[in-house]
Design a protein around this ligand. Sequence first.
Ligand SMILES: NC(=O)c1ccc[n+]([C@@H]2O[C@H](COP(=O)([O-])OP(=O)(O)OC[C@H]3O[C@@H](n4cnc5c(N)ncnc54)[C@H](OP(=O)(O)O)[C@@H]3O)[C@@H](O)[C@H]2O)c1
Length: 274
Amino acid sequence: MSQTGTLAFIGAGNMAQAIIKGLIKQGFAASNITATDPDQAKLAQLQAEIGIQVTPDNHQACAQADTIVIAVKPQVMPEVMQHLGDAIDGQRHLIISIAAGVMASSMSNWLGKDTAIVRCMPNTPALVGKGASALYANEQTSDEQKTIAEQVLQAVGISIWVDDEGLIDTVTAVSGSGPAYYFLMMESMIAAAQGLGLSAEQAKALVLQTAAGAAEMAQTGYQSPAELRVAVTSPKGTTEAALNSFYADGYSDSVAKAMQAAFDRSQELAELFK
Ligand SMILES: NC(=O)c1ccc[n+]([C@@H]2O[C@H](COP(=O)([O-])OP(=O)(O)OC[C@H]3O[C@@H](n4cnc5c(N)ncnc54)[C@H](OP(=O)(O)O)[C@@H]3O)[C@@H](O)[C@H]2O)c1
């Protein structure tokens, strides 16, 4: 973490706080982090709780930092970036944006200058340190700056690079929206378990532990998800009966169709924030 330098977070909401806390947990010095937000009470609490520097002034935060993490909602990005323009030094600063749907070229236009920009698509499990994010760097970003961006995002989980910004829409459909697909599966299984006689509490305990256990088995990497599925499916057994019912209802096609819908919507939103 030593080469990460100084960081400013523009916007101190849920995602920014998750990343800041992850960085500090990994040994990054709190004194090298500055956060800004319109909410003074939120800033005071963060300062007291974790010892970072705080200011309501975005320009002041940029002057104190080499890397600037933009963590505001997409709707306010044009205003925030236009206002930041004067405070950004294209030779010095790396901008990391976690705003969904906002393209690197739009950010350069709003800033009014070319500077290193890494666009990131994180997901909500970052809030518990289990995030999965994809990163895209524009042409101005050096290898050293890419390493810094990786270190920042890896404070809250894993990250991968994509070299085509269009793939961020794919990532949105996979890991960005993905947690909700698993939550829906959990909800459906809990409801069905209750229909088959378990209490809500019993159903929830078994379903959540089953999801966590299955994910952990898949993550060991010894066997692929397909091999694991085959291994637990005895011929003419109960699992086969359930899977055959899924196949008959077109489960895989339904998943592919849902992910295509997320991808299409991500492209539409990117047009809105241009
Ligand atoms: N949460 C997720 O799971 C998730 C996943 C993927 C991507 N993202 C992206 O991450 C970004 C942040 O999301 P979030 O959930 O952390 O949102 P959030 O909790 O609403 O945080 C955004 C913060 O920025 C503050 N802010 C607004 N205008 C500002 C300004 N001019 N200068 C400085 N701060 C300002 C907001 O203050 P006010 O509330 O007072 O306006 C708020 O505290 C979004 O762009 C979102 O697309 C989030």
